[in-house]
Design a protein around this ligand. Structure first.
Ligand SMILES: O=C(O)C(=O)CO
Length: 310
């Protein structure tokens, strides 16, 4: 049998959730020798500890629903690179990657514009469904929690609607013209709308708690396109049911795919099944980025979307 270019390549282990487009999958498997877990009924770590090729895996592709735990990493002794198809990193044991010198690449900014569009669409939907003319978007004070690439794209779009933007993030961003709040509670107290687009980590878990929701107030709207666990979901449901906040647009939930049943009953809530990034444009850009990252890794160059993990 003729040897293809892929036979000479180190092995890339692709976990299931990589959103391949068929033509891309072909290109990908010509370029890279891949190990796939076809039988997903076998637990991942059992597959890895019994599969002889696990020892030769140099790069791993994962997604939001395929956690990369220390156990997984320990079953891949030659692993040097983890590429996630997500912008978020909360499914990866970052400390273990750091300890083992494994580089991490994420989806960079490929989703930012689509997620920002989606956040704005959710907001318009929440406001227009329940409101009379005095609740339209113009003049609303919008607080953005997490002014990364998504948050910034949201700000650009909402400024064009005449909204007044301010934000909270770990640090004040010197190049940004919007007022900064170092504390989410103060941001909520001064906003009509909170857009949640920060990353989920130990510091941001339940950053939107009951106090923040009460500070946002009865007319306040929350849009979450980050991660479900950024909001204390039980409290969110209570606040919505009791009318302590005005509405919510949610693309993410604390225990996906579970969605609290109470939310389905509420007219002032718009629910979406974690689909803000699901566009052909986002995925095509992601696929190019994954290939470019693997090529960079295998030629000892820095990843294009290298994650800072120190
Ligand atoms: O990029 C991410 O973090 C996502 O949630 C994609 O769905």
């Amino acid at each position: 049998m003729a040897t293809t270019k892929a036979d000479q390549q180190p092995i890339v282990f692709t976990l299931r959730s990589f959103p391949f487009i068929p033509s891309f999958e072909e290109r990908f498997s010509e370029k890279f020798k891949t190990l796939k877990r076809n039988d997903i009924s076998m637990p991942l770590n059992q597959f890895l500890t019994t599969h002889p090729q696990s020892h030769s895996v140099r790069a791993l592709i994962c997604g939001a629903h395929t956690p990369v735990t220390s156990e997984t990493l320990n079953s891949l002794p030659s692993l040097g690179c983890v590429l996630t198809t997500t912008a978020g990193l909360d499914h990866i044991d970052l400390a273990e990657c750091r300890r083992r010198g494994i580089v991490i690449g994420n989806a960079g900014t490929v989703y930012s514009e689509d997620v920002a569009d989606f956040a704005v669409a959710l907001l318009i939907d929440v406001l227009r469904r329940i409101s009379s003319a005095d609740r339209f978007l113009g003049g609303k004070h919008v607080g953005i929690v997490g002014l990364g690439s998504i948050g910034f794209e949201v700000a650009k779009r909402l400024e064009a609607f005449g909204c007044i933007i301010s934000y909270n993030s770990r640090k004040k961003k010197p190049s940004v013209p919007f007022p900064y709040y170092s504390n989410v509670l103060d941001l909520a107290a001064n906003s009509d709308v909170l857009i949640i687009s920060c990353e989920l980590n130990n510091e941001t878990f339940h950053i939107i708690n009951k106090d923040v929701m009460l500070a946002l107030g009865k007319e306040g709207v929350i849009i979450n396109v980050g991660r479900g666990a950024l909001i204390d979901e039980k409290e969110l449901v209570q606040c919505l049911v009791k009318g302590e906040i005005g509405g919510a647009g949610l693309d993410v939930f604390e225990n996906e795919p579970h969605v609290p049943v109470e939310l389905f009953e509420l007219d002032n809530v718009v629910l979406a099944p974690h689909k803000a990034v699901l566009t052909l444009e986002s995925f095509s850009a992601l696929h190019e980025l994954v290939i470019a990252n693997l090529e960079a890794f295998f030629s000892n160059k820095p990843l294009l979307s290298l994650v800072k993990n120190d």
